[in-house]
Ligand binder design. Structure first.
Ligand code: FES
Ligand SMILES: [Fe+2]
Length: 444
């Protein structure tokens, strides 16, 4: 970020002389701020919906909550993917009560209005009593969500029609999604099942925490001890890597910490049969992508945050994590695991084990992280202290107008880039001239 002057707003306090970058705790603790950000940010952003592998066939459907809305996703008879509000055009009952299924016709349980999977109303059940012309203008078809788009099979919705496109919004972060597709020539698929848990904390804390290299050693000491034990005879885990601001509030973290990756980094605890398979996988990768790229895909852990509430992890497993913000101090976290299509069952086994043992809700990481999120939220509720500090790595030398936004893994540039975008949108404008401040065009 090209900061040339000190900056102060409702949410940010930037002091160049002191190298200080702070965020107001009201962004986590004030219910009125939460309502405002729903209107200004969340209902105008691209939000993760689901993956193409979850609705591969004609007439597949699923129901998914995004923000406060239940969305009905269908693949219609023409194989087009649609996203509708899951509410009947008659008197509003939920049209589909199942989470997923396959049906050519979707019949409302209340009075049997029936829709095709492209959203068009087919029949009103007992049709007597209605004017013949009543539905000539298709006024009762299911209502689509204003925008639906995908990148590499990952579908996103936007509740506002008047926004940049998904690709414009993603910018460079879109390439981080594309990299996932290199894992397998046969594509990726969601592994059946969902991890879902509530956390008594603001959803932005999850965005910060998932991208936070700084907390790894203090918070996850028990995991690192375990990892050292499991990796006996292998390279000692290192914290090497970097974090990078990707523009539009997105950021990425890369590390070479040896964690065991089903693609394709073997761990001694996985045993010899898995070793052979992992070595074959590595050969396939190198053959398909070349030595350098193959090594990169095999060994590089990546976590990236797509502003404002989607996180994609590519480490012990691939997972997409998104949140349903319930209140300023409460969220539901939802996690989908991904594997390669036609993956060997043994590889799938170690993938699931890796995902559960560290990242899962009962694993080494998540309970520790949830605890940190919740005690942070409780800390804000105490009041009396205005600011959080995210200055690590922010100093006079941080002039990143040329786009080189890399920093060491335990710095906090990924948080600063998130909050600059947050602050920009909440304060209704691209620049902050009002209070003797300047965030240049090049800031993002
Ligand atoms: S509310 Fe759906 S048919 Fe009446
Ligand atoms: Fe963590």
């Amino acid at each position: 970020m090209a900061w040339s002057e000190n900056y102060r707003s409702r949410f940010l306090d930037v002091d160049l002389d002191k190298g200080r970058f702070r965020v107001s705790r009201t962004a986590f603790s004030d219910p009125a701020v939460f309502q405002e950000e729903k209107e200004k940010i969340l209902y105008r952003s691209w939000l993760y919906l689901g993956h193409e592998s979850e609705f591969p066939n004609r007439n597949d459907f699923l129901v998914r909550q995004v923000l406060d809305a239940e969305i009905l996703v269908t693949r219609d008879s023409q194989l087009r993917v649609n996203a509708f509000y899951n509410t009947c055009g008659h008197r509003g009952a939920l049209l589909c009560r199942e989470r997923a299924g396959n049906k050519a016709l979707l019949t409302c349980p209340y009075h049997a209005w029936t829709y095709r999977t492209d959203g068009s109303l087919l029949t009103r059940g007992k049709v007597g009593g209605y004017c013949k012309e009543m539905d000539d203008d298709r006024a009762y078809d299911l209502k689509p969500v204003p925008q639906l788009a995908q990148r590499g099979g990952f579908y996103f919705v936007n509740f506002s029609a008047d926004t940049p496109t998904l690709d414009e919004h993603l910018g460079k972060a879109g390439e981080w999604i594309d990299t996932l597709l290199e894992h397998s020539a046969e594509g990726l698929e969601v592994i059946s099942g969902l991890q879902e848990y509530q956390i008594r904390a603001n959803y932005k804390l999850m965005c910060e925490n998932s991208m936070d290299g700084y907390h790894l050693v203090p918070t996850h000491g028990s995991y690192l001890d375990y990892q050292r034990h499991m990796l006996k005879g292998m390279e000692v885990p290192s914290l090497g890597g970097h974090v990078i601001a990707l523009g539009n509030g997105h950021s990425g973290l890369q590390s070479n910490l040896a964690v065991g990756r089903p693609i394709a980094q073997w761990m001694p605890s996985w045993g010899e049969p898995a070793r052979t398979l992992i070595e074959q996988k590595k050969e396939e990768l190198v053959g398909r992508l070349g030595q350098e790229r193959g090594e990169f895909i095999a060994n590089t852990n990546r976590i990236f945050c797509l502003f404002p509430l989607t996180l994609i992890l590519d480490s012990q497993s691939i997972q997409v994590r998104t949140m349903v913000p319930i209140a300023h101090d409460r969220m539901i976290s939802r996690i989908w695991l991904f594997g390669a299509v036609n993956e060997d069952p043994e590889i799938r086994r170690v993938r699931l084990e890796g995902a559960l043992s560290f990242l899962g809700p009962g694993g080494f990481a998540t309970p520790d992280d949830v605890e940190m999120l919740e005690i942070s939220q409780r800390g804000y509720a105490i009041g009396g202290v205005e600011w959080n500090d995210i200055s690590k790595g922010f100093h006079a030398g941080e002039d990143t107008a040329d786009g080189e936004l890399d920093q060491h893994i335990d710095n906090e540039i990924q948080m600063r880039t998130y909050w600059v975008e947050y602050d920009r949108i909440m304060n209704d404008g691209p620049s902050h001239d009002a209070q003797n401040v300047r965030v240049t065009e090049a800031a993002l």
